[in-house]
Design a protein around this ligand. Structure first.
Ligand code: KG4
Ligand code: ZN
Length: 340
C-alpha cells in the first residue's frame, strides 16, 4: 500500500510517499521533501504562527506534485493520505489537514489523522534494522515535549515520565537565545559545544536526585541566565564553554532518567526520538550508558529525528497493519495526549 504523508504542525512543510507491506506495515520511503521555514522565522527569534500557516499554504501544492512525480505515482496508486492532526500550531495544522482532506475528497482516498508525537515515537523504525521488539522505552525529546514512554505495541503507549515545565528542546532554544545564538538553538549549541569545556561553568541537574521519572528544565534555563549575567562579556571561548555546559547538563539528566526508566520497567531496550535526538552528544552519551548497563540502544537516523512526513506516513502504515482504527470524526487538535 502507498501512503502520502503530510506534516505541517510547526515550521517545516513536509511531504513523503511511503510504501508499506499490508501485513507488517514495514516498507520504504519512495520520495520525500522538506521545506524548512527556519530562515523566515529566525529574524523573529522563534516561530510566528500566522507566517508559518501562510508558508505551508504556498509550499504544499508544489511539494506534493514533486513527491508524486519522483515516486512515479498517479492518484490511483495512493491508498491512504496520512496527515498530522495535532499537537501543533492551530493554523499550521489546519492548512495540512484541509489540504489532505481536499486531496482525499477529490481522489476518493481515505485520510488518516496521525498524532505528531506518535510519528516521532515510531520514526526510529525508518532506520535500518527497524523498530526493536516490544516492549521498549523511548526517550521522546522535541521542541515542545520531553517524555519517557513505555511502548508495548503499536497504539499501546504509556507515558511514565515527563517534564513538569519546559521541554528539553525549549531549554536548548531559550538558553541559546541568552547566548545570542540564532533560532533554533539546539543545533547552534551543539556546534559550539564541540570546542567547549563543559566543566568551566557549573549548572544544575534538576530533579536528577528525585526518585521519579519527571524532568524540569526551566530552572536550568534560569541558571544559564544568571551565569551569563554574572560572567559579563562573553568571548567566543566562553560561549563555547557555556554551550558545552548546557548540552552536558541537559543530556546528563535525560540519559540518567532514561536508564532509571528501563530499570524500573524491567525493559532493556532503549530508543531515542524527536528533534533533540539529533544531538550528537546525547546520542553518544545514551549509547554508552545503555551499553554500560547491559541495555540495547536504538537511535533514529538524524534526518528522521526532526520533523518530517515519512514518520507520519510510516505511523499510519503501522496502524493499518496492526488494525489500530482511527476515529470516524476527527479534527485538528493543537493540544492532545499521546494515544494509549
Ligand atoms: O521534533 P522537532 O523537530 O519539532 C517539534 O516537534 O518540536 O524538535 C525541534 C527541537 C528544537 O528545540 C531544536 O532546537 C531541537 O529539536 N534540536 C536539537 C538539535 N536539532 C534539533 N537540539 C539539540 N541538538 C540538536 N542537534
Ligand atoms: Zn516534532
Amino acid at each position: 500500500m502507498r501512503i502520502l504523508g503530510i506534516e505541517t504542525s510547526c515550521d517545516e512543510t513536509a511531504v513523503a510517499i511511503f510504501e508499506g507491506d499490508r501485513a507488517s506495515g514495514k516498507g520504504r520511503v519512495l520520495s520525500e521533501r522538506i521545506a524548512s521555514q527556519i530562515e523566515t522565522h529566525a529574524r523573529f527569534g522563534g516561530v510566528v504562527p500566522e507566517v508559518a500557516s501562510r508558508e505551508h499554504l504556498i509550499a504544499l501544492p508544489m511539494m506534493v506534485e514533486g513527491v508524486m512525480k519522483e515516486a512515479d505515482c498517479g492518484w490511483s496508486d495512493i491508498d491512504h493520505i496520512a496527515v498530522t492532526s495535532g499537537p501543533g500550531l492551530m493554523g499550521a495544522l489546519l492548512v495540512g489537514v484541509s489540504y489532505a482532506r481536499a486531496l482525499g475528497c477529490v481522489n476518493n482516498i481515505p485520510v488518516i489523522p496521525v498524532h505528531h508525537m506518535e510519528g516521532h515515537l515510531l520514526a526510529p523504525g525508518l532506520s535500518e534494522g527497524g523498530l526493536p521488539d516490544f516492549s521498549f522505552i523511548t526517550l521522546l525529546v522535541s521542541g515542545g515535549h520531553t517524555m519517557l514512554v513505555r511502548v508495548d505495541a503499536i497504539g499501546e503507549y504509556r507515558v511514565i515520565g515527563q517534564t513538569i515545565d519546559d521541554a528539553a528542546g525549549e531549554c536548548f532554544d531559550k538558553s541559546a537565545r541568552l547566548l545570542g545564538l540564532s533560532y533554533p538553538g539546539g543545533p547552534e549549541i551543539s556546534k559550539l559545544a564541540e570546542h567547549g569545556d563543559a566543566k568551566r561553568f557549573k549548572l544544575p541537574r534538576p530533579l536528577l536526585n528525585q526518585d521519579n521519572l519527571n524532568f524540569s528544565f526551566s530552572g536550568l534555563k534560569t541558571a544559564v541566565m544568571y551565569a551569563v549575567k554574572n560572567h559579563g562579556k562573553f568571548d567566543e571561548q566562553a560561549k563555547a564553554d557555556m554551550a558545552a555546559a548546557i548540552e552536558t547538563a541537559i543530556c546528563d539528566v535525560l540519559v540518567k532518567k532514561s536508564i532509571r526508566a528501563c530499570r524500573q520497567e524491567s525493559v532493556n531496550r532503549l530508543v531515542i526520538a524527536g528533534g533533540v535526538a539529533a544531538n550528537q552528544g546525547l546520542r553518544s552519551m545514551l549509547a554508552k550508558a545503555a551499553s554500560d548497563n547491559g541495555m540495547e540502544s536504538f537511535l533514529s537516523h538524524p534526518k528522521y529525528c526532526t520533523d518530517n512526513a515519512a514518520m507520519i506516513a510510516y505511523a499510519a502504515s503501522l496502524q493499518l497493519s496492526s488494525k489500530v482504527s482511527s476515529p470516524m470524526n476527527w479534527d485538528v487538535q493543537p493540544r492532545c495526549n499521546l494515544p494509549s
